[in-house]
Design a protein around this ligand. Structure first.
Ligand SMILES: Nc1nc2c(ncn2[C@@H]2O[C@H](COP(=O)(O)O[C@H]3[C@@H](O)[C@H](n4cnc5c(=O)[nH]c(N)nc54)O[C@@H]3COP(=O)(O)O)[C@@H](O)[C@H]2O)c(=O)[nH]1
Length: 665
């Protein structure tokens, strides 16, 4: 009997003990099921943020259950379990248990190397989402006071954004429903979070029944379901239908169009230069921009059409019952026009644009997935062919995409299978014809496909990210050959192409410096040719990246100058040494006076900015003479030599006769 009583007592104690844990630990962390609930509530956050936070939460739980709270601690704390307290009072009293828990959190954040930026980002997202903020806020605010120097959070906004009335209600529930709270602390908190959300968004004003806690739960369940439903189908930032709802609607639309013999258009919209806004002005501004974009998009279509946020900066429009292709073209035009108008954001005028791909049912495909894939492909082509335009899907686009995919598959093995090589083309002085250096140009020979031109495979390498490893190999190999020339007494420059994608994929001053050291190569003999497009975003990040590369002592040249935006402002801002006039202007120099004027203007501009000038694509003596007369100092082109394998460079140099050129100057 006594033993039975003891067992009962122990069971009760265990029950209280377990319930008490839920009191100490902010309820969303109290068990894995609640973590799942919590993450369901947080489902609107970006995936990466969720992942970071999930990892922290799980580690926090581990730390909690393994070492942070020893058995001894637990027995000391056990009597306190019987005093129900919500954790806001734990916070206000600076309760050591909570502090310990928060310290663990902070420790984990340190271990995970979460920067203040990460935490700030997570917190900002939570603030914007208005979800579970009260619980999370309780924790982060405490963190802030404890670890302000580490997190550097400004939570004033969060504090202000919490409706005091809701907080009061929360506390009332906690006090009025001690027993219920003991048993359902996690559930209540989840419900509270949802109620909080509902109130913030005024989706419902479900009254809280503080005198009958069980009824509170029942009352809360129904609106909760509608909130969860809303979350499952709508994008939280823009309030537009999300991908799931879009697919549902597309499915329904296809079936009714089939029945009524109608045509529908699927328009895939991708914002141009959105990444620049996010990178330079922060995610908050990026989000604001997306909200503004969604509002403008709503004005472009009929009430009955669907606009969905597909993800990131991608939107999809579903136009029902269109009479012809031109209807879709008209809407696409309208979208491009409306999104090209400047946005006023963070006190700045921001100009973006949009690339649009259009697929039609039943002309192009007849399933939601395929129609979206077709529209996406057309959008991609629209972006590739210059952005801020729309393109209809065609079968030839599909064939082209399949071809690109095949090229990519072959290219993946090209480096390992030694199918890549470098050819070198000389750069000469226009007056004397003396060789000053070589440009390294990549070549790909495939055993069955033969020689694949760089214009065909370099875009594939960039798109697939393969340019990262390939570009590094190019630099490595080019430096190796150039070092050989130097060792043989020929101090020649080596020019290597460097694309924006390579910089994004991690080619930086450190890697470059390591390569230069590996070959003991004098950096002042290396010229990196970058295209105008790299400078277009005019961002601080690009300036800093290029400056740190330039600080190594290498030269920077703008390749294909004149084909891009040729803005004077970036020439001043970026640490550039030379300009390479594109061969397009050189080609017609002898027949087109406009090109002569253009080249004259470029030369004058380069002189005033003290930049070296190189003209590429020189094929005739006549072109050479004109360029010399106009004042272009360096030349490159088939007239002097076509790009040649490294093994032929020495022989070519031996037989090359610059005096001949000099005599004709
Ligand atoms: N990111 C990288 N891009 C690279 C690399 N290697 C090449 N490229 C880029 O590919 C594009 C095509 O290059 P390619 O087919 O090699 O053409 C070069 C020359 O062969 C060609 N050229 C030179 N002289 C003449 C001429 O007199 N007439 C004529 N019609 N063509 C000529 O011009 C290209 C020179 O390229 P560039 O100076 O870089 O503009 C090209 O855009 C390359 O940049 C690489 O390793 N990485």
């Amino acid at each position: 009997m006594l033993r039975q009583k003891n067992n009962l007592f122990l069971a009760l104690l265990t029950l209280f003990f377990l319930a008490g844990i839920t009191l100490w630990v902010p309820s969303q962390f109290s068990d894995h099921r609640q973590i799942a609930d919590y993450h369901f509530l947080m489902g609107r956050l970006y995936q990466d943020t969720i992942q970071i936070e999930k990892n922290i939460t799980e580690q926090l739980l581990n730390a909690y259950s393994q070492d942070s709270f020893s058995k001894q601690d637990r027995s000391i704390q056990a009597p306190m379990l019987l005093k129900p307290r919500d954790y806001s009072s734990l916070i206000s009293n600076n309760d050591p248990k909570l502090i310990k828990l928060l310290d663990n959190f902070s420790h984990i954040a340190h271990q995970k190397q979460l920067t203040a930026e990460h935490i700030k980002h997570i917190t900002q997202r939570l603030i914007q989402s208005h979800l579970g903020i009260a619980d999370y806020f309780a924790m982060t605010y405490q963190l802030d006071t404890l670890k302000a120097e580490f997190y550097e959070l400004d939570l004033t906004h969060a504090l202000n954004s919490i409706d005091q009335h809701i907080l009061d209600q929360h506390q009332k529930i906690m006090r009025a429903n001690k027993l219920l709270y003991l048993g359902f602390a996690g559930l209540l908190t989840s419900i509270f979070s949802a109620l909080f959300l509902m109130q913030r968004r005024q989706l419902t004003t479900a009254p809280l029944n503080t005198s009958d806690p069980e009824q509170s739960l029942i009352d809360a369940r129904e609106p909760l379901e509608s909130v969860f439903k809303h979350q499952a189908y709508y994008d939280s930032l823009t309030e537009l239908p999300n991908r799931t709802l879009l697919m549902d609607r597309l499915d329904v639309a296809i079936r009714s169009a089939e029945r009524d013999h109608q045509t529908i258009a699927v328009m895939f919209i991708d914002l141009d230069r959105f990444k620049n806004v996010n990178d330079s002005l922060g995610h908050g501004t990026g989000d604001e921009l997306l909200s503004m974009v969604s509002k403008r998009l709503k004005n472009c279509v009929r009430e009955s059409d669907t606009i969905a946020r597909f993800g990131g900066d991608e939107f999809v429009m579903l136009l029902h019952n269109i009479s012809s292709e031109s209807d879709a073209a008209h809407v696409a035009d309208k979208v491009i026009h409306t999104l090209s108008a400047p946005f006023q954001l963070s006190g700045r005028e921001i100009v973006i644009g949009a690339s649009i791909g259009i697929a039609l049912y039943p002309n192009d495909d007849d399933s939601p997935d395929n129609l979206l894939r077709d529209a996406d492909l057309a959008m991609y082509r629209a972006k590739q062919s210059g952005r801020n335009q729309f393109m209809f899907f065609t079968k030839s686009l599909q064939e082209h995409a399949a071809e690109l995919m095949e090229t990519e598959q072959h290219l993946r093995n090209a480096l390992e299978l030694n199918q890549l090589s470098l050819h070198f083309q000389p750069l000469v002085r226009s007056r004397t014809g003396r060789v000053t250096g070589f440009e390294a140009l990549l070549r790909w020979h495939h055993p069955t496909l033969g020689n694949i031109p760089p214009d065909k495979f370099i875009p594939v390498a960039e798109e697939s990210g393969l340019i990262g490893s390939i570009g590094e190999w190019v630099l490595d190999t080019a430096l190796m050959h150039a070092k050989n020339w130097h060792n043989q007494g020929q101090k020649l420059y080596i020019s290597v192409n460097l694309s924006r994608r390579q910089l994004d994929l991690g080619m930086n001053d450190k890697k470059l410096s390591a390569l230069l050291s590996k070959h003991q190569f004098d950096p002042s003999y290396l010229v990196l040719e970058i295209t105008e497009s790299l400078l277009l975003d005019n961002s601080d990040t690009t300036v800093i990246r290029l400056e740190s590369i330039k600080d190594l002592g290498v030269h920077l040249a703008i390749d294909d100058f004149g084909t891009g935006y040729s803005s004077l402002s970036y020439l001043k801002r970026f640490p550039i040494d030379s300009l390479k006039i594109d061969k397009e202007f050189v080609r017609d120099l002898t027949s087109d006076s406009d090109d002569v004027e253009l080249v004259t203007a470029i030369i004058a501009m380069a002189r005033s900015l003290k930049l070296r000038l190189i003209a590429e694509g020189v094929e005739t003596e006549e072109q050479r003479k004109i360029l010399l007369r106009l004042g272009c100092e360096f030349l490159q082109g088939y007239y002097f030599a076509k790009p040649m394998p490294a093994s032929e460079v020495q022989t070519w140099l031996t037989h090359y006769e610059p005096e001949y050129l000099s005599a004709h100057a």
